[in-house]
Design a protein around this ligand. Structure first.
Ligand SMILES: C[S@@+](CC[C@H](N)C(=O)[O-])C[C@H]1O[C@@H](n2cnc3c(N)ncnc32)[C@H](O)[C@@H]1O
Length: 454
């Protein structure tokens, strides 16, 4: 193979070939995340790669599906490719690696004809000045993947061992035991349904939209073929998209009409909407103006209102403490891998340590913003103990004026399995039948309900 070049001439492909632009965008986004741009979310990498390409909505959805499938099975795909490449995986050439990975993902995981997956990948190689000479290699490897698909799939038996980065598998085994960690890795392969929070008349909407009304309150849709914004009820603000687990922290906070409640890391606003629906006077704070614009659009659509403050929560004045505070802290997001499989490949243990430090400071700030007798809910969409139970244990040791209110199963429709040994909420991707198909599973959320003593 030719040596790696640091300056990359952009590929110029024939955009009149159906499906080629979608593959190009998927490949560029995957290459970005496999290369230097760790920390970027796949959604942002796709937006960046699609700039100037002008993808039609159907092609944008295809690009997202290819890129998502690439990360969902990246461990399995890497192993299948490595076995079929004489010189091993081209780790130092992210654009070549991404071309092979996205091609293999189409063949192994998506309803794409093999010849289309192979042919369009080869075309992309030929359109890329750095990869032109490797087009025969791309062709040969992807054809072999297609020919040997059954054998490859038969090897995909243990997703914890074969499809999970070692550092995550090790942590999950330590935190949850081998069996649960294995079930979680299996649930990550399934992807996730679309859950809706429907404040009024959920039965009527379940009738109109189909799906299953979960006993946790959300409506779960497993077969969504159109864009969510085209579903009945979206435009009129009858519901919003929110994983069933993500709706639980606010339920535990139990907002009351007229209470002053601060939502400290609020955007894009799923939990703000829940607080506002309950009639609370919500102050929604986020340091990202762009994300708060989304929150404002969401609240407008839902006919809800909140005081929206663009600020670092750490800088908020403490002179008027709130009746209740919700801190949905920034975190590694390892609880969302079913929906965002890139998280499993782009986050590092160093990110975790950095975020745990920020969570600690935000939690202490949230405590100072809670009035005596008031409630504080801390939550993260993380599976890592440092961002969950360990954070609360350390907080309670530092803040003797706070106590934990243990969560009871009655508050969770009897789901005692969602409560950990300390009385905090601990949902897992393997809960609610996760790992047995798209209809099961929950995002991995941690939440603790705390009270400031009078
Ligand atoms: C997990 S997301 C919040 C999701 C939101 N609660 C919801 O339910 O839709 C975390 C948010 O924290 C914000 N954030 C991170 N650090 C912050 C800080 N120091 N102050 C305020 N917001 C912060 C991020 O911009 C991001 O929007």
């Amino acid at each position: 193979m030719a040596s790696r070049s640091n300056t990359r001439t952009p590929p110029s492909f024939d955009s009149s070939v159906p499906g080629l632009a979608a593959r190009h965008v998927a490949r560029e986004a995957v290459a970005t995340l496999l290369g230097a741009a760790r920390g970027l979310a796949l959604e942002d990498a796709l937006a960046q790669a699609g700039r100037g390409v002008g993808l039609a909505p159907g092609d944008a959805a295809l690009a997202r599906a290819i890129a998502t499938a690439s990360f969902r099975r990246l461990g399995f795909i890497r192993a299948a490719l490595a076995e079929r490449l004489r010189d091993g995986l081209p780790e130092d050439r992210p654009h070549l690696l991404a071309l092979l990975v996205t091609g293999a993902a189409q063949i192994l995981d998506l309803a794409v004809a093999d010849h289309a997956a192979v042919d369009l990948s080869v075309r992309l190689a030929k359109a890329d000045p750095q990869l032109q000479h490797l087009a025969p290699l791309v062709n040969a490897v992807l054809r072999r993947i297609a020919r040997e698909r059954d054998a490859i799939r038969a090897q995909e038996r243990d997703p914890l061992q074969g499809n999970t980065q070692d550092w995550l598998a090790r942590r999950w085994r330590a935190a949850y035991g081998d069996e649960t960690a294995g079930n979680m890795a299996a649930a990550h392969l399934d992807g996730a349904a679309v859950d809706l929070t429907i404040p009024r008349d959920p039965e009527q909407w379940a009738g109109r939209l189909g799906g299953t009304l979960l006993d946790l309150g959300s409506l779960r849709l497993t077969e969504v073929r159109e864009a969510v914004a085209d579903l009945p009820g979206y435009a009129e603000g009858a519901w919003w998209v929110q994983d069933a687990a993500a709706s639980l922290p606010v339920r535990l906070l139990a907002p009351q009409s007229g209470e002053r409640i601060a939502d400290l890391c609020a955007a894009p606003g799923g939990k703000t909407a829940q607080l506002a629906v309950a009639g609370a006077a919500v102050t929604a704070v986020d340091r990202s103006g762009a994300r708060l614009e989304r929150l404002t659009r969401n609240l407008d659509r839902l006919g809800l209102s909140a005081e929206v403050v663009t600020a670092d929560a750490l800088d908020l004045p403490e002179d008027r403490p709130f009746d209740a505070v919700l801190l949905d802290a920034p975190c590694s997001a390892t609880g969302t891998i079913r929906r965002h499989p890139d998280v499993a490949w782009t986050k590092t243990e160093a990110d975790l340590i950095r975020l745990a430090g920020l969570q600690r400071r935000l939690l202490d700030k949230a405590a100072r913003l809670t009035r005596p007798g008031g409630r504080l809910v801390y939550c993260t969409c993380s599976l890592e103990p440092e961002e969950g139970g360990a954070q609360i244990a350390a907080f309670l040791a530092r803040n003797p004026d706070f106590e934990r209110i243990p969560i009871t199963a009655e508050r969770l429709a009897g789901h005692a399995e969602l409560i950990d040994g300390s009385g905090d909420l601990r949902t897992l991707p393997s809960h609610l039948g996760g790992g047995s198909g798209r209809a099961g599973g929950l995002d991995g959320f941690f939440a603790s309900l705390l009270k400031r003593r009078d």
